[in-house]
Design a protein around this ligand. Structure first.
Ligand SMILES: [Mg+2]
Length: 198
């Protein structure tokens, strides 16, 4: 349903849609992928600090393709929380807002990602789990993400955003002065402030 279909009362009732990415937003993907890379390809060790760009193909061993690096079987079920606050804050956001999970996923990783969510954040219903790469097709009010390729189009569409800082988004977040979410502690309060301002 789009906004024009709602009457004023319904529009006032509608909870803002908070779209939250998974990898390197609520859990640590790149650090775990680096761990496996450095075990499997010790001649080409990687460091998180050196991941200055979204595309790190040039840093990896030729045999460590994108698929090897990002689509290792079971990888997405072993990821650690972004921090110790993320589960509580996501629960609070789910209770206060229309929380949706928006995550680009290798087809084989979709079930792993859903399993991770079910295990760690079982309050998120399956209709709120959207495996999607083209996030700009979605209507949301706020996007929390680490990917500049998602954040910048959202900003250009007039959406609120919060950027999870990582080396690969440093350039973009400085260029666009993107607001940061450095810890999940107090994230729900931060979102409340954003929507009170509007
Ligand atoms: Mg991400």
């Amino acid at each position: 349903m789009i906004d024009q279909d709602l009457n004023i009362e319904e529009r006032q009732m509608r909870k803002p849609i908070i779209a939250v990415d998974m990898d390197d937003t609520i859990c640590h993907l790149v650090k775990r992928a680096i761990f496996h890379n450095n075990n499997d390809f010790p001649t080409h060790p990687l460091r998180y600090e050196d991941m200055h760009d979204w595309n790190t193909d040039h840093l990896r061993h030729p045999a460590c393709t994108q698929e090897v690096f990002f689509a290792r079987k079971g990888l997405y079920e072993e990821l650690e929380f972004f921090d110790e606050h993320v589960v509580d804050e996501m629960r609070k956001i789910h209770e206060g807002y229309d929380l949706i999970i928006v995550t680009a996923a290798w087809p084989t990783a979709v079930i792993e990602k859903w399993n991770w969510l079910q295990k760690h954040m079982p309050f998120i219903p399956n209709e709120n789990f959207l495996p999607i790469k083209r996030k700009n097709l979605l209507d949301f009010d706020l996007l929390i993400d680490d990917g500049a390729h998602n954040l910048i189009p959202a900003i250009e569409r007039g959406k609120q955003v919060l950027c999870i800082p990582h080396p690969w988004n440093l350039k973009a977040r400085k260029q666009y002065n993107i607001p940061l979410l450095t810890s999940w502690k107090g994230a729900k309060d931060r979102i409340d402030q954003i929507f009170r301002r509007r």
